[in-house]
Ligand binder design. Structure first.
Ligand SMILES: Nc1ncnc2c1ncn2[C@@H]1O[C@H](COP(=O)(O)OP(=O)(O)OP(=O)(O)O)[C@@H](O)[C@H]1O
Length: 322
């Protein structure tokens, strides 16, 4: 019987998904995650927050302690056999033979796929190598690959077949800034082709640049999920006014609900209100200042970033070490 609560167009859906490791560690705590089809979904959290454990449960690599997970609408791990061929994954670095070169590693992996046509194998491998920028290094032994090159080779393996969903655990780990940019471009291209991409990262900046949606994890719990725009909008932007009349400016801004006002010479800054009957229109606020006789030299609001949102949500900084 179909599950009435299931979201029909979700690429990934978990309900109450929980993992307690044998040692007693609660790594994932009652996770309700909904990844819309067609999204680039960032799974964000500091090291140890439960991202890899979640991904391993999604892919049927470990059993959940409680709860359930659906991948492309099918229950995992029960439907693994029929679903996993439609899902490409890169988890904790790919399993490579160090004595084989990059191309031969891919040929071996492709040969292990019973659905892969041997007649088109060479072309498939070349396309995948090209896609991740490894063509020039294809004849190098994998043992001589840098971490970033291994990561690319893993991604190439995930791209040997067309996939409806790609699950990438920290895909830019070990890559230099140029390599990170290339992976971001690749993710965007895949998304443009209609592939749903679910990627974990501890880099806020990366999520903000490439993802349409995100979920934030901390200590095994889901803190928030939604579109990246919604998440960033949830944090308050900071207003900045430059004026020779700072005292009057403070009075007017206070009247309009601006809080945490700080005056530094001719610069007044404060937090814009997020609650209230209607969002505060910056043009109205500027007009109110001018109307009250405050001479305004400069006026603007800094855009709230996902990092601000994260700090606001968790009350702590985002530790990117590791
Ligand atoms: N096999 C295991 N046995 C016991 N505890 C584990 C195991 N794997 C992970 N943990 C613990 O579960 C918690 C979540 O770990 P997990 O690897 O899922 O986090 P993560 O967010 O992916 O972090 P990272 O980015 O460092 O991989 C951590 O406290 C970790 O120590």
């Amino acid at each position: 019987m179909p599950d009435a609560r299931a979201v029909p167009d979700a690429a990934v859906e978990t309900r109450g998904l929980t993992k307690r490791y044998r040692g007693g560690q609660l790594a994932v705590d009652a996770l309700d995650l909904t990844v819309p089809r067609g999204s680039v979904f960032g799974f964000l959290g500091p090291n140890g927050s439960g991202k890899t454990t979640t991904i391993r449960m999604l892919m049927g690599l470990i059993e959940p302690t409680a709860g359930r997970a659906r991948l492309l609408g099918a229950p995992m791990p029960r439907a693994a056999r029929s679903v996993l061929p439609r899902v490409g994954a890169l988890i904790e670095g790919p399993a490579l033979y160090s004595f084989l070169n990059g191309r031969d590693n891919l040929i071996r992996l492709d040969a292990a796929d019973p659905t892969a046509d041997p007649r088109t194998r060479a072309a498939r491998v070349s396309t995948a190598l090209e896609r991740v920028g490894l063509t020039a290094a294809a004849r190098k032994k994998a043992r001589a690959y840098s971490l970033g090159m291994k990561q690319r080779l893993g991604l190439a393996a995930a791209l040997l077949q067309p996939r409806e969903l790609l699950v990438l655990d920290e895909p830019t780990n070990g890559l230099d800034p140029q390599g990170m940019r290339e992976i971001r471009t690749l993710v965007r291209e895949l998304a443009d082709d209609g592939t749903t991409v679910f990627l974990s990262s501890h880099l806020l900046d990366e999520i903000e640049q490439v993802c349409t949606h995100a979920a934030v994890m901390a200590q095994g719990r889901l803190i928030v999920q939604g579109t990246v725009a919604e998440l960033a909008a949830g944090s308050r932007g900071r207003l900045s006014v430059t004026t020779p009349d700072p005292a009057d400016a403070v009075r007017v801004l206070k009247e309009h609900g601006v809080t945490d006002l700080v005056v530094l010479d001719e610069r007044v800054t404060g937090e814009l209100p997020t609650t209230g009957p209607a969002p505060l229109d910056l043009a109205d606020l500027n007009a109110a200042l001018v109307h009250a006789g405050v001479r305004v030299r400069a006026f603007g609001a800094e855009r709230a970033s996902l990092e601000d949102a994260f700090v606001a949500l968790t009350g702590e900084g985002f530790d990117v070490a590791g």
